[in-house]
Design a protein around this ligand. Sequence first.
Ligand code: BGC
Length: 364
Amino acid sequence: MGAGIMGVAVHPGQAGSVHVTKLAQPRPGPNEALVRVRRVGVCGTDTEIINAKFGTAPAGAQELVLGHEVLGEVEAVGEGVTTLRPGDLVTATVRRPDGCPTCRAGQIDMCLWGNYTERGILGAHGYMAQSFTENVRYLVPIPVELEPVGVLVEPLSVVEKAYRQAVLIQRRLAVWTPETAVVLGAGPIGILGTLLLRQQGLQVYTLARTPAPNPAAEIVERAGAHYVSTRQISFANLRDSLPNVDLIFESTGASALAFEGMEALGINGVLMLLSITGGDAEGLVPTDAINRSLVLGNKIVAGSVNAATEDFARGVKRLGQFEHEWPGLAVSLITDRLRGFDDAHRIAEAAGRGVKTVLEFADA
Ligand code: BGC
C-alpha cells in the first residue's frame, strides 16, 4: 500500500472542478493488463462533463477520473493473459455491459437496459491517469507504426460503427452504391467521418460554420472532400446543387441540423445522427414537409452511439489506410498538446480551439 499514481478527475455535477488526484496503484488481476498511459484525447463529452452537463462518478466515489480516448503501453499482465505482452501498444473500448440480453449477446454498444457504465464518462474511472488496469477483452492492439495516431482510434470507432450501421441498414436495397455524402460538422467526428467516406470513394461535402482557411478545412480538402462554410452557402442551397445525397453523417452538436438533414437526404438515403446534444433547444420544424420527404423517399434516419470492439479493430485498420493514402494527414487532427498533469486545468479551454486536444503523459 502507500504507493499511488496521479489522475485527472472532476467532481461530477460541479462545473470547472478539474483537478489532479491521487489513486491507488493499480495491479492487474487475472485476465487483466496494467497499461501505462501515453496520451489521452479530449472530446466534446469531456467538455460536457467538465461543464457539469453529463457524467457520473463510480458507485460510492466522489470523483470521476476523466478520459476515454487512450493510447498506452502494456506494462504487465495478470494471470492467464496470453494475447498481450509488456511493451504492446493498446487502446481500450469505453462501454461495459449491464447484463441485458443485448449486452449478453456481445453488443454492449447497443445496450438495451441503459445501465451500462462507460470509462471516464458514466460510473467508471477513465484513462487520464499514469496507468490503469483492464480486462484484455476490452483492450485493442495498436501497431507500433500507428503510435502517433493511435489515440484517434476511439473517435474513429464511433464513425466506423455509424458507417457499419448504415451499410447494414442499406441491405434493405438490392443494390446500394453510394456516391454522394454530406458530413455535417467539422469537429474530430466530422473530419474522421469525411476521411472514412473519402477512403470508401464517395464524393464528400463537409459543412461547418467557420469559413476556410482553417485547420479542419485544410484536412478535409487534402482528403479530396469539399469543405463548405454555411456562412457562405446555406445547407438548403448546397443540397439543390448536389446529386442524390446517399448518406449523411450529422455531427454538429446542434439538433436543428438533424431535421434539415432529413429533408436534404436523397431518395433511399440514410441519415446517421451522431451528436449527443446536451442542451434543451427547441425549434419550429416543418413536420409535413419532412414527413412527406421521408415517406416518398424511402429514407432512413438512425441514431448511433458508442462502438463495438469490431469497430475499434476496423478503426485501427482504417488509420493504416489513411496513412497509406494521405501520409501525415491523420496526425494533423491533433492541433493542441497539453502536458498531462501540469496543464489539466486548461483542458476545457484548449478543447474549444483547433480540432483535437490531447494530453501527453509520456514523462508523467
Ligand atoms: C464516446 C462514446 C460514448 C458517448 C456517450 C462519446 O464521447 O465516444 O463511447 O458512448 O460519448 O457517453
